[in-house]
Design a protein around this ligand. Structure first.
Ligand code: IPM
Ligand code: MG
Length: 371
């Protein structure tokens, strides 16, 4: 029997509701027996942690995260914390987890389930069968560069600065991951940056070309300006397979890609660190790409699919349980085929369900697939 230690951090808003559905899936897997079991710890993060402890993530939670095989994260933030100081805002908890555990490789797959091709705001033929992967650098760039400040100048005017910083090794390690992923998929890698305007973009371009030549000449590499990439994603998304990009462009492009799949409520993500030289295991955090959706939170309306699919990614990348991950993904597709829809992906003539009903339906499909 292998026991996997999970730290579940539901966070705020709909994070709490959709996390319950992940717990349901875990209980379902437990109920079915098998060679794997889970030890689940739950802790606060984001606004919930600020309310209870005055910080967006406590040292105890960081210690539990460091002890876990995988961190399963819901969502953070909401209007309630709009006025807390920038340094302790809810998002600081998530950024600290990413940075402390050096989770530099953020995989954001955008897969359009056949049943959802109509739910996308793009035409069916553009998104049907879409399967792309945004690989976002997650621990560098504009998010963490210093200086990062608002300074009042002598004339009384304020001046705000964010800094985009990248080193050769930071770019090289993420591009290598991109090459490896592309090789396992269609063999095509795009790198999106702004080398026509930004010095960091020039380094991204040069290091990408050199890394590709050295490690993966067999992979087809295309450099694309980030603004053009945003446009091409809307024009013809299926021309892409893997897109590697920096932290800030990755944030924007992944929301764009997510919407093609029908709803932001569909997109999971995995944030992986470098493999430990001794154990070969990577620290990892799994989270839906969407946020805490304060406008619908507490009403049982949220789509739990992105979070359940994030848990499936945890099984695949952190627990060596690929076949169970496949089963969960198939269960999601089945439930969609059967016409069940949360409000965000609702189409006329189908069955509208809430968070819990959607979670229960997926759990039931998992159960029948494994029984
Ligand atoms: C994301 C989110 C986060 C980000 C926020 C919540 C800090 O938008 O994971 O895409 O900007 O990285
Ligand atoms: Mg984002």
């Amino acid at each position: 029997m292998t026991t996997h230690k999970l730290l579940l951090l539901p966070g705020d808003g709909i994070g709490v509701e959709i996390s319950r559905e992940v717990e349901r899936v875990i209980e379902t897997l437990h109920g079915l027996g098998g060679a794997n079991s889970f030890e689940v710890e739950i802790d606060l993060v984001g606004g919930a942690a600020i309310d209870a402890h005055g910080v967006a993530v406590t040292e105890e939670a960081i210690a539990k995260a460091s002890d876990a095989d995988a961190i399963i994260f819901g969502a953070v933030g909401g209007p309630k914390w709009d006025n807390v100081p920038y340094e302790i805002r809810p998002e600081a908890g998530l950024l600290r987890l990413r940075k402390d555990f050096d989770l530099f490789a953020n995989l954001r797959p955008a897969i359009c389930y056949p049943a959802l091709a109509e739910a996308s705001s793009l035409k069916r033929e553009l998104v049907e069968g879409l399967d792309i992967l945004i690989l976002r650098e997650l621990t560098g760039g504009t998010y963490f560069g210093e200086p990062k400040e608002i300074v009042t100048q002598e004339n009384g005017e304020k001046r705000a600065v964010d800094t985009t910083v990248y080193t050769t090794s930071e770019i090289e390690r993420i591009v290598k991951v991109g090459c490896d992923l592309a090789r396992k998929r269609s063999g095509k890698l795009h790198m999106a940056a702004k080398w026509n305007v930004m010095k960091s973009g020039v380094l991204w371009r040069d290091v990408t070309v050199a890394t590709h030549q050295k490690h993966a000449p067999d992979v087809e590499l295309e450099l694309i300006l980030a603004d053009n990439c945003a446009m091409q994603l809307i024009r013809n998304p299926k021309q892409f397979d893997v897109i590697v990009t920096d932290n800030l462009f990755g944030d924007v492009l992944s929301d764009e890609a997510a919407m093609m799949t029908g709803s932001l409520g569909m997109l999971p993500s995995a944030s992986l660190g470098a493999p430990d030289p001794k154990t070969g295991k990577s620290k990892a955090l799994y989270e839906p790409v969407h946020g805490s959706a304060p406008d619908i939170s507490g009403q049982g309306l949220a789509n739990p699919i992105a979070m359940i699919a994030s848990f499936a990614m945890a099984l695949r990348y952190s627990c060596d349980m690929s076949s169970e991950a496949d089963i969960i993904e198939t269960a999601i597709a089945k439930v969609l085929d059967n016409g069940l829809r949360t409000a965000d992906i609702m189409q006329s003539g189908l069955t509208k369900v809430g968070t819990e009903q959607m979670g229960k339906a997926i759990a039931a499909e998992i159960q029948s697939a494994m029984a």
